[in-house]
Design a protein around this ligand. Structure first.
Ligand code: 13P
Length: 354
């Protein structure tokens, strides 16, 4: 069974200069779309359970959905990742359930709303790192808060996210603080804030450097070149799906996401994990709206669920190809979590940050 740790997958991605989309999963259709696209393009997979998905489907259901995919596609390495853990207890529960990677988001408090101090964030993240690494499980931390550089407003994530107005400093991760954080916590991957936010309404115009700070990724990567960077809120908000949604009864308004070319620029500068949720939601919603409008007599949910799978699969495959993920699944030799424990114990995976 090819369930592997995030650290192993991202080390491979760094060595070969590619990025891996991390897709949120809530149901079977999403899972199938992600896996079929990965199968056709020979791509390694990261699937993640957000706080919203855990509330919607429940962690045990999500876990079995992912395990079913691993069973059906045993040749594809899969990372089972828990997105935005609010506390060490939440992460511990996920480790117990068999997740191979967890995110401890100590940038916010346990209410998943209040921005917290550096010391709080580093303290809880380090606690999770100690616990997770002793099980061979990887940890993603977050420094800085997601939100809009256009408005200064915090970004609401799927079940997590600060509220209200944030300072420019809170919305952009500081490279020196990032180095300190990686040293203090020993995280395997670091989510950074560069002006992206979760959801479809990221930018009111196609983003330029003042509202999407790709330059900041370059500065952070220069300071901590060995740390795997994570971009949250990285949906591109496909304009073709937006048009389909609106022409079949939707009302989404003008909005823009993170262009694929900007993500590719990030991948050249240390971004290894690219979180995507909204793009699959939009493809799925557009496909079902169109199908039901064109087939008003249809009442079998499998018919419209099938078209949502095909639509989501198209997005997944395009991202695997654009991020250089394609062609790499067969090159990864799966390491067990026991093997990862030994690697952590030997110190070979300690961060190299001065
Ligand atoms: P999007 O809303 O841009 O897809 O972001 C998803 C995400 O960051 C999940 O953690």
């Amino acid at each position: 069974m090819a369930l592997i740790s995030l650290r192993q997958m991202l080390d491979h991605a760094a060595e070969h200069g590619y990025g891996v989309p991390a897709y949120n999963v809530n149901n079977m259709e999403q899972m199938r779309a992600i896996m079929e696209a990965a199968d056709e393009s020979d791509s390694p997979v990261i699937v993640q359970a957000s706080a919203g998905a855990r509330k919607y489907a429940g962690a045990p259901f999500l876990r079995h959905l992912i395990l079913a995919a691993v069973e059906e596609f045993p040749h594809i390495p899969v990372v089972m990742h828990q997105d935005h853990g609010a506390s060490p207890a939440v992460c511990q529960r996920s480790i117990q359930l068999g997740f191979t990677s967890v995110m401890m988001d100590g940038s916010l408090g346990e209410d998943m709303k209040t921005p917290m101090s550096y010391d709080y964030n580093a303290g809880v993240t380090r606690k999770v790192v100690d616990m997770a690494h002793s099980c061979g499980v990887s940890v993603e931390g977050e420094l800085g808060c997601l939100g809009s550089l256009e408005t200064g407003m915090a970004g609401e994530e799927d079940g997590s996210g600060a509220e209200g107005k944030l300072s420019h400093d809170q919305l952009l991760t500081d490279p020196e603080e990032a180095a300190q954080f990686v040293r203090d916590t020993k995280v395997d991957a670091l989510a950074i804030a560069i002006g992206t936010s979760h959801g479809a309404y990221k930018f009111t115009r196609p983003p330029t450097g003042d509202i999407l700070a790709i330059q900041r990724i370059k500065e952070i990567h220069t300071r901590i070149p060995d740390t795997h960077l994570v971009m949250h809120g990285s949906s591109s908000v496909p304009q073709d799906w937006l048009a389909i949604i609106n022409s079949y009864g939707g009302d989404m308004g003008e909005t823009y996401g993170v262009p694929v070319e900007e993500i590719q620029e990030g991948i050249k500068h240390g971004v290894r994990k690219v979180n995507i949720d909204t793009d699959l939601r939009m493809a799925s919603t557009g496909a079902v709206r169109k199908f039901l409008a064109e087939n008003p007599k249809e009442f079998d949910p499998r018919k419209w669920l099938k078209v949502t799978t095909v639509a989501m699969k198209g997005i997944c495959k395009a991202r695997y190809e654009a991020f250089g993920t394609a062609g790499n699944a067969s090159k990864i030799k799966a390491l067990s979590l026991e093997a990862m424990v030994k690697r952590y114990e030997s110190g070979e995976l300690d961060p190299r940050v001065n």
